[in-house]
Design a protein around this ligand. Structure first.
Ligand code: GMT
Length: 378
């Protein structure tokens, strides 16, 4: 198949999933055309049959906010026409599902099926805003195929957007368990925790929804009981607040901010524990990557996280903001080698059994085939 993929290129789960899916599909013989305003952050290696089309935008002084959605529609239309695409798969409904619909209209009945994958805040936050709700609903319903990354997200879409449940296919996110695995070399443990301290890790785009202050507070409680360091990867609006809180709590020396890293597969195997105390998480891809890398997870019991991290098996889940319980849970796991080994092995096994790319990527292929057989709904 020749597949066009539109996604946000910035650090974030939806762009990561879109890129990994495109690369895996290309390895399986498909031709993949990524379309975005910048190269997706994980599209950092050459792959046969993978192409990138940059959306070009004219910066005209009249526009305080250049109309990206229109430029993307044109880029999708041009890529579809020039490369004879069979299908367009957009990740994160806003604005991609709308741009894809415009592109399909512009092709005037040439028949370009659109698959929209719903990822998270396109449904639970941004899409709910009155300025986006109607167009998000319209564009989702105009898609020929709709997938959601968790059962939680599917239910939210049915409830808040009135999309019939039988129109949404739940296809969970996946992880390449050959790349995300324990014992990767070189190991950065020595430089991250030179005194042999336990390593707690957090990776995100430091938006308020990630509750990075909670991460620091959990760490401070843990570090008051056992030698530990906190490795913070990523960047975003709440990074200064997290730094400030670490200083207030007197634990700044134990916290290292590494900034943005695309290759988190090299760092996750160093973690003794992964922290994800988010306010909302439709899936929690990074928790899955941590589990595949052998790191147990302590997270908030929210959204789709319980579908990924079984409580008491691969980690512990607690109520949002309960940093005391999260710290206790963390100590229970990292304070006992036998318990840690059990959680670590269970998370890795789960990633292999339920969420490996070998298992999930063919689900997308089957879904594309069913959409192509059904034809464009319009
Ligand atoms: O929805 C977002 O906040 C953005 C999105 C992204 O692009 O980072 O993240 C969502 O999609 C990921 C991949 O499917 C999920 O693993 C994340 O849980 C989800 N984030 C939220 O729901 C907050």
């Amino acid at each position: 198949m020749k597949i066009g993929i539109a996604c946000h290129p910035t650090f974030g789960g939806s762009g990561a999933v879109a890129t990994e899916l495109g690369m895996q599909l290309a390895q399986r013989g498909h031709e993949i055309h990524f379309v975005s305003y910048a190269q997706p952050f994980r599209l950092d290696r050459f792959s046969e049959r993978v192409f990138f089309h940059e959306v070009e935008m004219e910066h005209y002084p009249l526009f305080e906010h250049p109309p990206y959605s229109l430029a993307l529609a044109v880029a999708l239309h041009d890529a579809a026409a020039k490369h004879d695409l069979d299908l367009i798969h957009v990740h994160y409904a806003i604005p991609h599902a709308t741009s894809a619909w415009i592109a399909r209209e512009m092709l005037q009945g040439a028949g370009l099926p659109i698959v929209t994958t719903l990822h998270g805040t396109d449904i639970t936050l941004v899409g709910l805003h009155p300025s986006f709700h109607a167009i998000t609903r319209f564009s989702i319903l105009k898609s020929d195929g709709i997938t959601a990354v968790s059962s939680f997200l599917k239910e939210q879409t049915v409830r808040d957007f009135g999309v019939p449940a039988d129109r949404i296919e739940m296809i969970p996110n996946f992880v390449d368990t050959e790349i995300y695995r324990p014992g990767r070399e070189p190991c950065h443990r020595q430089s991250l925790a030179p005194g042999g301290e336990k390593i707690l890790m957090h990776i995100s785009n430091f938006r308020p929804v990630k509750r990075v202050i909670d991460v620091v507070e959990i760490y401070a409680r843990v570090a008051s009981r056992i030698p530990a360091r906190l490795v913070m990867i990523g960047d975003g609006p709440d990074r200064p607040l997290a730094k400030e809180r670490a200083e207030e709590l007197g634990v700044a020396d134990g916290v290292v901010f590494l900034g943005k890293h695309a290759s988190v597969d090299e760092l996750l195997p160093c973690a003794d524990l992964f922290l994800l105390p988010s306010e909302q998480e439709s899936f929690g891809l990074v928790a899955l990557e941590a589990m595949a890398s052998g790191a147990p997870v302590v997270a908030a019991r929210v959204g789709g996280i319980p579908e990924v991290v079984p409580h008491g098996e691969a980690g512990y889940l607690f109520e949002i903001g309960d940093t005391e319980a999260m710290a206790e849970g963390a100590l229970e796991i990292i304070g006992d080698e036998t318990v840690w080994k059990r959680f670590s092995a269970a998370g890795r096994q789960l990633a292999i059994d339920r969420f490996s790319s070998e298992r999930i990527v063919p689900e997308y292929e089957r879904y594309y085939e069913s959409i192509l057989r059904a034809g464009v709904s319009g």
